[in-house]
Ligand binder design. Structure first.
Ligand SMILES: *Cc1c(COP(=O)(O)O)cnc(C)c1O
Length: 468
């Protein structure tokens, strides 16, 4: 007898009780599709000489296939990498106030571009314009999809077919294909590099001014630092030079923040207010880096320049939606009360979390982790770690943190990769744990594990099946 004929038909499997309940939950089309794939794979295996699986075995495979198919691709994860603003893990987690505002805007119609007072058309930038001006000292503001878009839009508006003078030391590349010279070219601006990698003087800018100059630009070198024999031109001097020649002076702050982080024990990062006070005509920064909000690019500065930028048809291509504006408005509002910023803005809270708190969390969670890894030739201990801010902010400053260090016993380094893959590989709805391997240890930094999430983290640990 042909072994293929021992496989059940599609119709027969579809009428099995377990399959009916899958159909009830996920719909007939999806379940039938997976079922056909499972049967095709089984047929292929039988042709290669495998024994035909029984009906129960096939049904289990269909169940697993359906589960895999419906699991969301945008999974929630535990960021235990030690990098707080991790671009690949979605950067800043939103404060609860912003989450609530975003949900409300998602659910119902809202006055996105509608002036409730006059009943006429409104401007979506007006939702955050006043707050941004209040918090930065600027005259006007506009918002686009991200800071890369903000830089692109301002260059395209103010410097198309013209020269933009930038210090050579600031021609940076930021992870994920943002290179200042490439953005300039695509925006239609011509880059004029002045000075040297380590030293640039005011005269380097002055000597390169010409009839085609559109602006002087400063780019905050976010993701690297040069030390030693260095010189950069102070912003106030560049602002004065620009003003003397009736040119705008523009600063891309990158991360940028609205609060003095030094007040919370973090290294000082230039604020948008300082940049405006130093004489910048336009300042751009990200919404989801140190600000701790949604992905967005914020442009603040002179009213006439912001008005020109808003008239550029590309603004329409780069604009943000209501969800972003709802979250952004809520986050900006939190900056009105610097005293409570640290508790309320999640990113700031995580960045300033006391080491003792993370140590205490590690002590609570240690037994569960030890148990999960009990069969393996590794040691697990609570360890002092160093976190970093991430997203190119303050690249050299490390924050004292605590978490776990898992080390192999003997020379079996491969075991760490196995653990790392299992922590990452847990099935939905459990949340994968993302750590980092460094200096022969698998490190799990607890800075970004909020206390309320420890239960869910424990569930992921208990689900691990790690044979010796
Ligand atoms: C991060 C960064 C950008 C890009 O900002 P996104 O919000 O990621 O688009 C641009 N310039 C500088 C200096 C940056 O640090």
């Amino acid at each position: 007898m042909n072994p293929l004929s021992r496989l059940p038909s599609v119709d027969r499997l579809l009428s099995a009780a377990a399959i009916s309940s899958l159909i009830e939950t996920h719909g007939r089309a999806l379940v039938a599709g997976v079922l056909r794939e499972v049967l095709a794979a089984a047929r292929e295996a039988v042709k290669q000489g495998a024994a035909p699986p029984d009906e129960a075995g096939l049904i289990t495979r269909v169940g697993a296939g359906v589960t895999a198919k419906v699991a969301p691709k945008l999974r929630q994860v535990f960021n235990l990498t030690g990098t707080v603003l991790h671009t690949n893990l979605g950067r800043a987690p939103l404060p609860e106030e912003a989450v609530q505002a975003l949900l409300a805007a998602a659910r119902s119609p809202c006055a996105l571009e509608y002036d409730i007072e006059s009943g006429g058309r409104g401007d979506r930038d007006d939702i955050v314009n006043e707050l941004l001006c209040e918090l930065t000292g600027a005259e006007a503001a506009t918002v686009v999809n991200n800071n890369a878009a903000a830089v692109f839009l301002l260059l395209n508006t103010l410097a198309q077919k013209k020269d933009v003078i930038v210090s050579r030391g600031e021609l940076i590349e930021i992870g994920g294909a943002f290179r200042v010279p490439d953005i300039m070219k695509r925006a239609g601006a011509k880059l004029v590099e002045v000075g040297t990698t380590n030293r640039t003087h005011l005269r380097d800018f002055a000597e390169n001014l010409g009839p085609r100059t559109a602006m002087l630009m400063k780019i905050h070198a976010s993701n690297y630092a040069i030390h030693g024999f260095t010189h950069a031109v102070p912003e106030t001097e560049l602002a004065t030079l620009a003003r003397q020649h009736n040119l705008p002076f523009v600063i891309d702050l990158g991360s940028g923040t609205l609060a003095d982080l030094a007040a919370y024990g973090l290294p000082h990062e230039p604020t948008a207010r300082e940049a405006i006070a130093a004489g910048a005509d336009l300042v751009t920064f990200s919404g989801d880096k140190l600000l701790g909000g949604p992905q967005a690019g914020l442009l603040v500065g002179r009213k006439d320049l912001i008005a020109r930028i808003k008239k550029n048809p590309l603004k329409r291509c780069l604009r943000v939606g209501k969800l972003t504006l709802a979250a952004l408005e809520a986050v900006l509002a939190l900056y009105r009360d610097p005293d409570r910023l640290q508790q309320r803005v999640t990113a700031v809270r995580q960045l300033t979390r006391p080491e003792a708190q993370m140590r205490a969390a590690a002590a609570r969670l240690l037994p569960a982790l030890q148990q999960a890894l009990a069969a393996l030739p590794v040691t697990v201990e609570v360890a002092a770690l160093k976190s970093q801010i991430g997203s190119g902010s303050l690249p050299v400053d490390r924050l004292p943190s605590a978490g776990f260090a898992i080390r192999p016993v003997g020379k079996k380094g491969g075991v760490l990769n196995r653990i790392e893959a299992s922590l990452r590989g847990v099935a939905h709805p459990l949340r994968p744990v993302i750590g980092r391997i460094e200096d022969g240890a698998l490190l799990l930094d607890l800075r970004c594990l909020d206390e309320g999430e420890e239960g869910a983290f424990g569930a992921t640990l208990r689900s691990l099946r790690l044979p010796p």
